[in-house]
Design a protein around this ligand. Structure first.
Ligand code: FES
Length: 574
């Protein structure tokens, strides 16, 4: 393999030939306590650490960064840890997706503006994976992704608990009056009991697994539980490998091909992954110049069995998945559906990386003939209600709801939904279709995860546990139900969803991939003429920048200025 010389290192522009400016850089490195032999002629590796005291999923990252550094030193590189925005899913409001592109911008500019030759990206909590990868892809330096790893299984009163899923399930029982509040409080202390990201197949596990299937991590990295000692070993190995990647000049463009994205989509579908993956993978692909769209997800879904028996689609959790062989073993089961010659960051192909991976528990990683869902675990819908697409996880819905026609019960926004959903006088029954407007990329803003609209209390008490629900927002990967999500264009910009009124008949037909509003065109035209755009939500600041540039869900919610073609010059150094 060809290797670059020390003179070709990008960091030489800061530390190389003698000048007043390089003198200043070297004197400041001395101020930091580094002798010139620490970094001279060595790859400078940025360790982008999304640790934060408010992010429980990354609470082990201080220790892990030290382990990555150890690997970088061992391999003859020079590590520099740099903090990057953490995006703590549980805490960041109004929606963490609002800030994904800000993290991506920060990552790109951190790498561009500093003397960096390569990077290890440390993330895991939902939006951190796409944000880090999008920014580093746009910068184009060699990088490797180090996933946080899932937390341990939840446990309370001898019961196994899964992040998100069990919260939603138990809260529905509290609202139905079948679970006492004291027990609900007990669930709180047992549902998240170690460092690491959510351990169901939520967005975090979905996206870290997607990163591995893309070839951006060391093999097996995404499945290792955060507290497992093998996670620390993986961190150090990531540090060693990135140094070699710099010498090999192995850049993201060589890894992030159309084949790699097809592999990632296949992995996500076989895992029963979060619908958030559509938004993120489309955004990541477009940063790499790969024109991934919703139809590609639907096409791959029709040929991909769901074989990871992990909640919310299945029974187990990520810890079980790891002990059963983890992602490499699952991918090996799917090898006939993968582009095996796709290159990866360890210098081998995906096929080489998974060739010897074995499944140790057939009940957790199912044989293809025993798939939880033989095909179509995700479906892309079109129709006059969603001209630019919408998405549903049919497997997460009660079977009779996959073909359903009912009358709309409309909520103009989430505040109205919260105020009215449990009103005993709400005109709703089990056949109704709940519709939430103004919760999309701009309306939410940031497409909050409200898509699993709550079942009205009076229906819960009648035993109803699923209904057709339609919105322009997202849904947590740990959620379930007949929820039609990501309706595009969103209501806030005047998409057809904005025109739906209570009592309208809506038809959902998943096998036909159809979402239709049974209101004639003349009436829709009349409603459109009467529709008024809401006033801008932000007058200044990042919110205003976001509102000006964000794209709709079917285009990945990236900023138009970040995804458009064009080169960004290296900084001048005077
Ligand atoms: Fe961080 Fe779920 S809260 S991954």
């Amino acid at each position: 393999m060809a290797r670059i010389t020390p003179e070709a290192l990008r960091s030489q522009r800061w530390f190389g030939r003698e000048s007043m400016r390089t003198f200043n850089h070297r004197s400041r490195m001395a101020q930091l306590g580094y002798a010139q032999e620490d970094y001279r002629d060595k790859p400078v590796i940025a360790i982008l650490n999304t640790w934060s005291e408010i992010n429980p999923c990354h609470s082990h990252f201080k220790a892990r960064a030290e382990e990555v550094k150890r690997g970088v030193w061992q391999a003859g590189g020079f590590p520099l840890e740099m903090p990057a925005m953490s995006i703590a899913e549980p805490f960041q409001k109004p929606s963490p997706l609002l800030y994904r592109n800000l993290l991506a911008m920060e990552v790109e500019e951190l790498l561009r503006s500093h003397p960096v030759d390569g990077a290890v990206l440390m993330g895991g909590c939902d939006k951190t994976t796409p944000g880090l990868v999008m920014g580093a892809t746009s910068m184009g330096l060699p990088f490797l992704y180090m996933p946080a790893g899932p937390m341990l299984r939840g446990n309370f009163n001898g019961q196994t608990l899964g992040s998100g899923s069990d919260m939603f399930k138990h809260w529905a029982e509290v609202r139905a009056g079948t679970l006492p509040l004291e027990q609900w409080e007990g669930v709180l202390s047992g549902i998240a009991r170690s460092p690491g990201h959510c351990m169901t197949m939520g967005t975090a596990s979905t996206m870290t697994s997607a990163a591995e299937a893309l070839g951006l991590t060391l093999p097996g990295a995404a499945s290792i539980p955060a507290p497992d000692s093998r996670h620390a070993l993986m961190a150090a190995a990531s540090g060693r490998r990135i140094v070699e990647m710099v010498w090999e000049d192995l850049r993201p463009a060589a890894v992030l091909t159309a084949d790699a994205f097809d592999n990632a989509v296949t992995a996500v579908l076989a895992l029963g992954g979060s619908t958030n993956a559509l938004v993120h993978l489309i955004a990541m692909a477009r940063r790499a110049g790969v024109p991934l769209d919703l139809e590609r997800f639907d096409a791959i879904a029709r040929a991909t069995p769901l074989i990871a028996n992990v909640r919310p689609a299945g029974r187990y959790l990520m810890e079980d998945f790891y002990y059963a062989g983890g992602l490499p073993a699952m991918l090996n089961r799917l090898r006939d559906r993968l582009a095996l010659d796709a290159p990866t960051v360890n210098g081998k192909t995906l096929g080489e990386n998974i060739a010897d991976a074995r499944v140790f528990d057939d009940d957790v990683i199912l044989p293809l003939e025993r798939a939880l869902v033989p095909e179509g675990s995700l479906a892309v819908l079109r129709g006059n209600l969603a001209p630019d697409g919408a998405v549903i996880k049919p497997a997460a819905a009660e079977p009779q709801l996959r073909r359903h026609t009912g009358r709309a019960v409309v909520f103009e926004n989430y505040a109205e939904l919260q105020a009215r959903i449990d009103d005993p006088d709400l005109e709703v029954d089990a056949t109704s279709v709940l519709v939430l407007k103004n919760a999309g990329p701009l309306g939410g803003p940031g497409m909050p995860e409200w898509g699993q609209l709550p079942i009205p209390k009076k229906l819960l008490q009648q035993g109803v546990r699923d209904m057709v629900r339609i919105s322009d927002c997202r849904m947590s990967g740990t959620s379930f139900g007949a929820c039609v999500l990501h309706v595009a264009p969103e209501a806030y910009v005047g998409g057809p969803l904005a025109l739906v009124a209570s009592g309208d008949v809506i038809e959902l037909d998943v096998p036909a991939r159809r979402l239709h509003l049974h209101v004639d065109d003349a009436e829709l035209a009349r409603r459109r003429a009467a529709w008024r755009a809401p006033p801008p939500r932000y007058e200044r600041g990042f919110g205003a920048l976001y509102a000006q540039h964000v794209l709709q869900a079917d285009a990945g919610c990236d900023f138009d200025i970040l995804v458009r073609p064009g080169a960004t010059a290296e900084p001048e150094i005077y």
